[in-house]
Ligand binder design. Sequence first.
Ligand code: PLP
Length: 518
Amino acid sequence: MDGQGTSGAAEPSGGAAEPSGGVAEPSGGAAGLSGGVAGPEALRPLVDEVLAGLAAGARRRGGPIVPGTPAEVAAAVREALAEARGPAALRRLAELLAYGAADPADPHCAAHLHCPPLAVAVAADLAVSALNPSQDSWDQAPAATALESELLAELAESVGFRPDRAAGVLTTGGTESNLMGLMLARDQRLGPDVELNGLPGNVRPRILASEAAHFSVQRAAALLGLGERAVRTVPVDRQLRMDPAALADAFAEAGWEGATTLAVVATAGTTDTGAVDPLHAVADLAARHGAWLHVDAAYGGGALFSERLAPLLDGIDRADSVSLDWHKLGWQPAAAGVFLAREARTYASLARRAVYLNPADDEEAGYPSLLGQSLRTTRRPDAFKLAATLRVLGRDGLGALVDRCHENALRAAELVRTTPELELHCDPVLTTVVFRYAVPDPAGSDRVNAGLRRELLRTGRAVVGRTELPGHGPGRVRLKLTLLNPHTTEAELASLISAVVEAGKAQPGARGTARPAT
Ligand SMILES: *Cc1c(COP(=O)(O)O)cnc(C)c1O
């Protein structure tokens, strides 16, 4: 972390030239395979190379993110690609990737819902990569097929669904899970064969979601042929929780226009503040109006493992469908999304028969098929790393990590509250702290906060988030710490906050610095 840009990337990394000689030639040489009895021995020296590259790259970076501008980083990448050749290329490129990373394992990297993966989950994922099972047919993934079904039953139980009635699938994340929830909603309410252009003029499909709901809701509406404008946004309170009275108004208004509200999306853990919409109130309204309830718990789902925080998700069992993301508050390498539907029968519109994947006579003979659970065909067993993590750490072990991150958010909020230059937006709910460097003039405040964040990125000192509160006009830019590193200490939080304050003070127009005379 020397703030010297990417100059270091220009030199051949120390020692990267020799190790090629040290790589044993496995059977097949550079084209050796990872599977079979010989696979592990073919992998071992290569994994050692990767690990050596990761360690060297992290050492050289020395901080949360590669310092320098995007152009400097791109130049370092081009140079490494041009130079790396032969067996040494693997180590050189692994080193480049680590040097050029924003590494959430560093306590000063805390911008996004970008978690530092657990080593155990990554090791489990190596097994998946080595064997490459694909979940689109049983004969490509016999044990993985059964394992995904077992894990989904466990997770269904965690959200309060009946595992014998629920259905689900591993997804690429909240974006895909939200699309699936809204697709089932559309097909349940309008029928799977509906021709959207052919709806009677008085039927106008609507989706209701809060102003703080994830943008993938609008994108899903567009992909489903409903149009982005089918999503009506419902106002939120200061914490970014949906206002249930405003939701009731939105339903009433939809009625006047002859609109059909297909679905309500409740967010359990908004991306910015971690706020949880009032699930029971939203479920009551959805039930009264016959709308599908999708709960987007991509962020908040991790709270299910924490005894202390699980009550925040009370009412999630009333959802028709749920999104969970274990590559957020679950410490899995991406992708580790989960989609669950409370009733398997609502899944019918995804069912597919492909004669070469799930012939009917195979199914009659007892060969299960997950093909009809997913929008994808080829699909890696992302359930495996989570199942392994849950066995090694236990639910309590994961819950303890959630609690530590939550405690860190409370500590960081207290530090912000007691730092005169900073202003806390609201108390943390899960693991996120939203605040700003306080400057009285709204436009000046936006400039200072945006500028200080880029300054921290450029120097490689810290990666903090930047967002805007809902509404219009200047003064809405906020900084955000998304604290997903359970091992971050109080001292590390304090030094992160000081880095923000120092960068703020250095911005032109910040309070306490010389301002142009007016
Ligand atoms: C992150 C997030 C998503 C999108 O999930 P991906 O895994 O990035 O596709 C959806 N909803 C919420 C609330 C999120 O925080």
